[in-house]
Write a protein that binds this ligand. Structure first.
Ligand code: GAP
Length: 461
């Protein structure tokens, strides 16, 4: 099967069957726009976060990690502009009262909505007699704020309204002064954070692509305004390198210069990194030049001094900010969509997840050929312990080695193929007699007989 033919349904079905991702609140019929990660999905997610943190924080000396609260003083969202402008265009089917994204409705009908106001979109829908999927008329297009509201404390009132953060970024801007006061960093420096974000999407869809609760991995990198362009280019490269680290296909990653009309309210330049998902070419990551928009706005709103004093030039100014923003759930979908393959092996069609070992839930599966021969099973368990130790010595978590003895060896190979385990190590009667095991390569199915003592080099290949 051509990999381009992989559908979202194929991936959703594999994810449920093998324990990667389940529908949120499944036994209650689900909750739209929410998904729960099962053990294997979580293992990929954790690995992606680890690689991201390694590249952008641990391997640098200019990055400060934070983990800010999700609930923030509501003034934050007034200063940041989210209360006024964090909106999507909403349109309602006048009969069924079902709500849709007006831009999605117009785009599906073949119109460009770039830079269009809600009034212009209303006119486009009317003039072109565009109907809802139920064949009814639409009402006027209006702005819908996507922030989830809740109340803090025991009293529900406007004064107690707080928002679930729709992006992790402001958690970093409000800590800019703390980082300056405690660590005294020199420009350029950045802050990095991984955490949940919430958006009351009008039309969540496409599995984990557009959801109401998701995770972001974000950096706010502060520079002297003179240097914003070179920093922007640096992160353009870094985003591509990171995508490669996690096994995404370089040819499927595309950069899109976002026009002024389509940029977020805070951005002076945005490059979207689009990816060829099973649902088509869509935004995976974003890189924005937020200028001094945020620090300036929070300085005005909070009255705190968010300027920076350059000891060398004796200048005081508000640093400018470059923001690489990575959606974690879209990353998982991109990884799964890239890896999902259907091919034929030993005259049988199989599904195989050709995951990069860097993100695969397991690196090696240890399989005794049969489970009813005690000496064989004991040997397999001994080798399982040995491989875990070799993994540990190579900086690979012991939990990345799995032992599996249920069902026939053929079924176990298929299961490991479907969950993307790069190597199956089979312990058979030759192991007892000759001290050899068989290594089976996930992608080619090629089998290689190796001596147990040579397994020390297993992870250096
Ligand atoms: N701080 C900048 C920011 O939040 P954004 O383009 O709105 O910018 C950044 O979001 C990334 O977050 C997107 O590129 C995408 O990967 C992810 N994202 C945004 N909305 C999402 C949603 N509803 N579901 C899943 N991921 C989402």
């Amino acid at each position: 099967m051509d990999n381009n033919k992989t559908t979202l349904e194929d991936i959703i079905s594999l994810c449920k069957r093998r324990g990667f991702i389940y529908q949120g609140s499944d036994i209650y019929g689900g909750l739209s726009g929410t998904w729960d990660y099962g053990p294997l999905g979580l293992m990929i997610k954790d690995q992606v976060k680890k690689l991201w943190w390694e590249r952008f924080v641990d391997n640098r000396t200019d990055m400060y990690g934070v983990d800010a609260a999700i609930l923030m003083n509501p003034k934050v969202w007034i200063s940041s502009g989210h209360v006024d402008t964090f909106t999507d265009p909403l349109v309602e089917d006048l009969k069924t009262k079902k709500r849709y994204r007006a831009d999605h409705i117009l785009e599906a009908a073949g119109f460009s909505v770039s830079g269009k106001t809600t009034d212009e979109m209303s006119a486009m829908i009317k003039d072109n007699k565009i109907k809802s999927i139920d064949g009814n008329d639409f009402g006027e297009v209006r702005k819908f704020n996507m922030m989830f509201k809740t109340n803090i404390g025991a009293i529900e009132s406007d004064e107690n309204t707080v928002y679930l953060r729709p992006e992790t970024a402001p958690g970093m801007f409000v800590n800019f002064k703390n980082i300056q006061d405690t660590f005294h960093p020199r420009l350029p420096f950045g802050m990095a954070q991984i955490g949940k974000a919430f958006r009351n999407e009008i039309a969540p869809r496409d599995f984990v692509f557009r959801v109401r609760e998701f995770e972001q991995m974000e950096i706010e990198y502060f520079v002297n305004p003179k240097n914003w362009e070179s920093t922007f280019e640096h992160f353009q490269k870094e985003i591509k390198e990171f995508s490669h680290d996690i096994g995404l296909d370089r040819d499927k990653l595309h950069e899109l210069e976002v026009s002024k009309e389509d940029r977020a309210h805070y951005s002076s330049r945005t490059v979207d990194f689009e990816y060829d998902f099973p649902i088509g070419k869509k935004e995976l990551y974003g890189l924005a030049y937020r200028s001094d928009f945020d620090l300036k706005a929070h300085m005005e709103g909070s009255k705190a001094d968010l300027t920076y004093f350059d000891e060398e030039t004796k200048e005081r100014f508000i640093p400018h900010c470059i923001e690489p923003s990575f959606g974690l759930d879209r990353t998982i979908l991109a990884i799964l969509g890239t890896a999902y393959t259907v091919d034929t092996m030993a005259d049988e069609e199989r599904i195989v997840l050709k995951l990069s070992p860097s993100v695969a839930p397991y690196r090696v599966a240890v399989l005794p050929l049969v489970k009813n021969k005690e000496d064989l099973v004991n040997k397999a368990k001994e080798i399982f312990e040995k491989i875990k130790n070799i993994a540990g010595k190579n900086g690979i978590a012991k939990s990345k080695i799995v032992y599996d003895e249920t069902q026939s060896i053929g079924k176990r190979y298929r299961r490991q193929d479907e969950i993307g385990t790069p190597i199956c190590l089979t312990v058979d009667f030759d192991t007892l007699e000759k001290g050899t095991v068989t290594l089976r390569d996930r992608d080619s199915g090629k089998q290689e007989v190796v001596k147990v003592e040579d397994l020390e080099g297993l992870f250096s290949k």
